[in-house]
Ligand binder design. Structure first.
Ligand code: GUN
Length: 297
């Protein structure tokens, strides 16, 4: 049976290190401030943003919680972003996606000052990442790199297969895997909805990252013996529970565990790491903007 990779434990270790960075910044009168903006039709978004706010509070980071009505004009969201960009007391800005259909998320991202873009989604930040000198690594792929490192899973020279090509996970994950840097140097394949013979590709993986947003897409027959399986999916599927749904990943955990060497659970795998790396980027943003040095983990 596969080793179960405990994302909560690794995230807690990282938060412990980040706490001393916050103390350094606060001692210099530069307490980090993250502004989250919620204008999302996805009911899960509210929960995610609330968790991000909680994480900040726990670490001593100030958090501004801005909520806009779903029918607010796009101009109102842009004005909010402009104000946050101009506000020197705000170091970091995150607009939770998805946004309503009448708002173009691309415009939203491009509106955020790149130095406050702690998601790492602005084209300037993506460009720097692809060019090999990332400033803010997107939180989920960065968290996965940290999770692999903490579990002593080598990426250099390995076959990494990423299933999914999203802006948030798939594309930056593949880019991090091919970097000539720690957590990179992997031979990397990106699979997506038009990939033929998906199982053939995934079975070749030493490290398989499932980030397609399709419940239980990857089963045991698609996992190579001893592979490391990282499940990014958090899918709500109808179930006879109090909430009327349950959370399942992109991986069928039971069958995949029989083949994998190590595997992340859902929940408790990648999710807590994503949140920890948002704190990391918020601290980094504050350090870059204020010139106060911190030692990031
Ligand atoms: N929606 C789902 N994941 C994310 C994320 O990492 N950042 C933002 N802004 N929205 C998301």
């Amino acid at each position: 049976m596969a080793e179960r990779i405990d994302g909560n434990a690794v995230a807690e270790d990282i938060r412990a290190d980040l706490r001393s960075c916050v103390e350094t910044l606060t001692a210099a009168n530069e307490t980090p401030t993250l502004a989250t903006v919620l204008m999302s039709p996805d009911p899960a978004s509210e929960t995610y943003v609330a968790m991000k706010q909680n994480d900040c509070e726990e670490l001593g980071i100030d958090a501004l919680d801005i909520e806009l009505p779903l029918d607010a004009p796009a101009a109102e969201l842009f004005e909010t972003i402009d104000e946050l960009n101009a506000d020197e007391s705000v170091n970091a800005i995150l607009v939770q996606s998805p946004v309503p259909d009448h708002v173009d998320y691309r415009e939203v991202i491009e509106r955020i000052d790149p130095v406050k873009d702690v998601d790492g989604f602005h084209p300037e930040n993506i460009g720097k990442l692809v060019a090999g000198y990332p400033v803010y690594k997107p939180c989920t792929p960065h968290g996965i790199q940290k999770l692999l490192e903490a579990t002593d899973i080598e990426t250099a020279g390995k076959e990494a297969v990423v299933v999914g090509r999203s802006r948030i996970v798939g594309k930056p994950m593949a880019n991090l895997f091919i970097q000539k840097a720690t957590g990179g140097n992997a031979t990397t394949t990106v699979c997506h909805s038009r990939t033929e013979n998906l199982a053939e590709k995934t079975r070749e993986a030493d490290i398989l990252v499932a980030a397609a947003g399709v419940p239980e897409l990857i089963d045991g027959s698609m996992v190579g013996e001893g592979a490391t399986v990282i499940d990014v999916g958090i899918n709500r599927v109808d179930a006879d529970t109090d909430k009327g749904y349950k959370l399942v990943g992109d991986v069928e955990f039971a069958s995949a565990s029989e083949k994998a060497g190590a595997i992340t659970p859902v929940p408790g795998g990648v999710g807590p790491m994503t949140r920890a790396m948002l704190l990391y980027n918020t601290i980094k943003a504050t350090s870059l903007q204020t010139g106060v040095d911190v030692t990031l983990p």
